[in-house]
Design a protein. Structure first.
Length: 254
């Protein structure tokens, strides 16, 4: 069973849930994405032909920066699927869509970004460390962002608070991988480039999109499937030997 906290409308992180998945899936959502989450759940459950007393997927609204609500996600998953979670994909994330320089970033914007991205990921992986299946098959996946330092790359300015939060996520992932020694729970972080998602296009104007495309040696934006195939391997039995790593999925921009 996979619990996958979803991203907010201002996130550049693509979703990874597919109706073709063989997993039972808890899909947490935020109010702005509630309808979309329910749509995905209906699609997944409509393909569930097995005779079972529980559904293939459920949707639960939660704020990942709230410890009680993070706990409630795991509670809901265990109740719905009658077993411990096997996989956590923590891809909830927000970014200030005005892209302020650090000198212009408000404390409110900084705290909001860190609360969802860094604190939210911390709470999710903390709960996972205590509740994921042990002895084989336990997986933690977190999300970060490729910070390119070339001309017009996101590392050149305008995303200081966001990149600070993703740096924290990367380090937490490396640490939790070591702390879970002996459990056979692995932890990895995927560092993404620009992806063609509804959320991305809601914050990126045409000029910014063109810059991102030109940064890529493949001259395109990433697609959700580009992430899905990598995650599919990482959460599989074959992916066990990859552990405590930050894995770029960016088409070669860095």
């Amino acid at each position: 069973m996979a619990a996958t906290p979803t991203s907010s409308p201002s996130s550049t992180f693509p979703p990874v849930v597919s109706a073709k998945s063989s997993l039972s899936i808890l899909l947490p959502s935020v109010p702005n994405f509630a309808a979309k989450a329910e749509e995905v759940v209906r699609e997944i459950n409509s393909s569930w032909s097995a005779t079972s007393s529980f559904p293939r997927a459920i949707a639960v609204q939660a704020d990942v920066s709230n410890p009680a609500q993070v706990k409630s996600l795991f509670d809901a998953a265990e109740k719905a699927f009658q077993e411990s979670a096997h996989i956590l994909i923590a891809n909830a994330g927000i970014i200030d869509s005005t892209f302020p320089l650090i000198a212009d970033t408000t404390v409110e914007s900084l705290e909001k970004t860190l609360n969802v991205n860094a604190k939210g990921t911390f709470l999710c992986i903390r709960e996972a460390a205590n509740r994921l299946k042990r002895g084989g098959g336990g997986r933690i996946i977190t999300y970060s962002l490729t910070s390119t330092k070339g001309e017009d790359g996101p590392g050149t300015g305008g995303a200081g608070a966001f990149l600070a939060s993703t740096a924290a996520i990367e380090e937490m992932t490396k640490i939790i991988a070591k702390e879970l020694k002996g459990t056979k729970i692995t932890a990895n972080c995927v560092a993404l480039g620009a992806f063609a998602t509804e959320a991305y296009f809601s914050i990126a104007d045409e000029e910014f999109v063109k810059k991102c495309i030109n940064l890529s040696p493949l001259l395109r934006l990433g697609e959700p499937r580009d992430v899905a195939v990598v995650l599919g391997f990482l959460v599989s039995d074959d992916g066990e030997w990859v552990n405590g790593q930050v894995i770029p999925i960016n088409g070669g921009v860095a």
